[in-house]
Ligand binder design. Sequence first.
Ligand SMILES: NC(=O)c1ccc[n+]([C@@H]2O[C@H](COP(=O)([O-])OP(=O)(O)OC[C@H]3O[C@@H](n4cnc5c(N)ncnc54)[C@H](OP(=O)(O)O)[C@@H]3O)[C@@H](O)[C@H]2O)c1
Length: 294
Amino acid sequence: VIDWLLDKSIYFSFDKSGYKRHQRSFQLINFEQGLGTILITGGSDGIGASLRDSLLENNQKVIITGRSEKKFIQHPNLTNKSLDLSNWEDIKSFAKELPVIGQLVLNAGGMPEEYSENSEGFEYQLSSQLLGHLVLFNELHKQKKLSPSAKILITSSGGMLLKKLNLEELFHNKNYDKVSTYANVKRAQVIIWEELAQIYPEYTWASMHPGWVKTRAVTEALPGFYNFTQKRLREPSEGADTLLWLLYQKNLPNGEFWFDRKIAKIYPFPGTQESSENRKSLLEKVFKAISLSN
Ligand SMILES: NC(=O)c1ccc[n+]([C@@H]2O[C@H](COP(=O)([O-])OP(=O)(O)OC[C@H]3O[C@@H](n4cnc5c(N)ncnc54)[C@H](OP(=O)(O)O)[C@@H]3O)[C@@H](O)[C@H]2O)c1
C-alpha cells in the first residue's frame, strides 16, 4: 500500500527515491549477449551518454549522434556523428553511411527557448524529436539496414502524462510555449509508437520515460524545476537503466510504454486520452510529413 501511494504521488516515484524503491525488484541483466551495432541519438550527453558508456563497458559496438562535437568522447568501439535531427537531408545522408543497425535508441531531445522551424516548415521539437527520428527509422527500414530483431526505443517523458494530444499545437504552433510543446511532442511519440508496433510488427517498439534526471536538459532548460528538485533528481545511469534493460530483454511485448522496467499506463490521468479521430489524424499527418509509406 505504501509503494502504491508513493507511486501515485509522482514526486516520490519519478525522483531518486522512486528509482531506489523500484530497483529493489530488479533482476540482474544478462550482459552476455551481443546486440549488434547500437545507434543512440543524443548519445553524447546525459541519459544517452550514460547508456553509451554502459554498452561500451559491455563490449558492444555503439554509434552515437549529437549536434555538438565538443561533447564527443573517443573509444575504439564508438563512432560519433554530428547530426541535428531537425535536418532531414543530413539524416538521409547519414543513413546511407550506416552499417546494419542491431538496435535503435531514439533519445535525442531538448526544449529550445525560442520558436524555430526546420527547412520543411515544422516546429523544431516536432521536426527533431518525433519526425526526424521517424525519418531516420524510415531510411534504415527502406535500405534494409535494420536487423529483423531490432528494438526501436524512444525516450519520451513523464511530462506528457498530463498532456492531451493537441494536433493544432503540434502542426501549427502559433503561441510557442516550450514546456507545452515538449509535452505534446512527447505525447505524440508514445501514441505513434503504439501505432508503429501494429504497422511494423517485425520490429519491437518500446517507448519509455526516465523519471527526473540530473542532466543539462533539466539544469539549463528548467532552472526553476532544477532548483526545486535538485537533491531529488536521479543520476543519468538511473534514468538510462530502463533503456539498457530493454535492450537486453528477449520477447518483449510490442508497443508498450515503460518506466523503471515495468509497463506503465499512458493515460493515468482523466481527460488526457485523444479521440480515435485525432489518433488517426496524427498518424496521417506524420506519415504525410515525412512521406512514409507502408
Ligand atoms: N532529464 C530528464 O529529467 C528527462 C526527463 C524526461 C525525458 N527526458 C528525455 O531524455 C532524453 C535525453 O535527455 P537528457 O536529459 O539526457 O538531456 P541532455 O543531457 O541535454 O542530452 C540530450 C542529448 O540529445 C542531443 N540533442 C538534443 N537535441 C538534439 C537535436 N535536435 N538533434 C540531435 N541531437 C540533439 C544532445 O546533444 P547536442 O545538444 O550536442 O545536440 C545530447 O546528446 C531527451 O529526449 C529528453 O527529452 C529527460
